[in-house]
Write a protein that binds this ligand. Sequence first.
Ligand SMILES: Nc1ncnc2c1ncn2[C@@H]1O[C@H](COP(=O)(O)OP(=O)(O)OP(=O)(O)O)[C@@H](O)[C@H]1O
Length: 300
Amino acid sequence: MTPVLRTRGLHKRYGRRHALTDVTLDIPPGRIVALVGPNGAGKSTLLGLTCGLLTPTAGTIEVLGTRPAADAAGLAKVGFVAQDTPVYAGLSVADHLRLGARLNPGWDEGLAQRRIKQIGLDPAQKAGRLSGGQRAQLALTIAAAKRPELLIFDEPVAALDPLARRNFLQSLMEFVAELEVSVILSSHLLSDLERVCDHLVVLVASQVELAGEVDDLIAAHYRIVGARGDFDALPPEIEVLLAEHTARQSTLTVRTSQPLPVSIQNAEHLDLEDMVLAYLTRAAYGPVDDLAARVLEAQR
Ligand SMILES: Nc1ncnc2c1ncn2[C@@H]1O[C@H](COP(=O)(O)OP(=O)(O)OP(=O)(O)O)[C@@H](O)[C@H]1O
């Protein structure tokens, strides 16, 4: 099956600033992909390249098997909702739908009307007067009514309250089930992503730190706890991401594709949020988080 997104050695530079470095990714179709990483990691840049709004400095990128936005057919296959879900403030909800119909050959008017009714938007309301949640729902409706094969969202829920966020993500999942569309969404809200995503890409400092199917990744990550010194001679196939030590106890966050040695009895899998946080923490502070040392330092 043609990957939704395929990059090889993808590089993007703005002047002297490297926004993406040697990014190689294969994202299979039919997934809801979470794109996460700290501020400035390169997420928006990767999404901009995927939509064809930006061009690579080096390397290659293919979206649905072709160069991004190569032609009108390619553009029609991708729906993009940028950060802050921009709408035309002076146009009404109905105007937005009319514009969508005019600009998109595959426009699904039935779907658009049904959704607007379902979420209770007044067609005559000016988009500039909609709440953040309503605007996000309008942008999602327009992007979905294009009937794209790939929907891309750059931080779609950042400004929404918890209920609006839940409603938005629920709508997104309904669209995915109804339209069989692939989705890539960037967000800092890890617990939200955990509910909806089945594929994960973690970007840190312009590079891919972790990528794969969420279930496979969770199966390969553990938090193990033991007496201090228990883990001094771990087998080499166990990669230690983080280590926290107190005077008596060690807690390690590890990654391995092999079963854990039977000698490690106190082990549990991480959830998506803790797994991502482990990579972000390692990137920010290094692999060892020595609690005892920090306590001593604080006491000095
Ligand atoms: N138009 C631009 N000109 C110069 N530098 C840019 C431009 N756009 C982004 N950058 C830089 O590229 C890097 C990646 O930015 P990008 O917006 O892709 O990160 P991000 O992961 O989306 O961040 P955030 O989570 O804060 O939205 C940052 O260092 C940023 O300052």
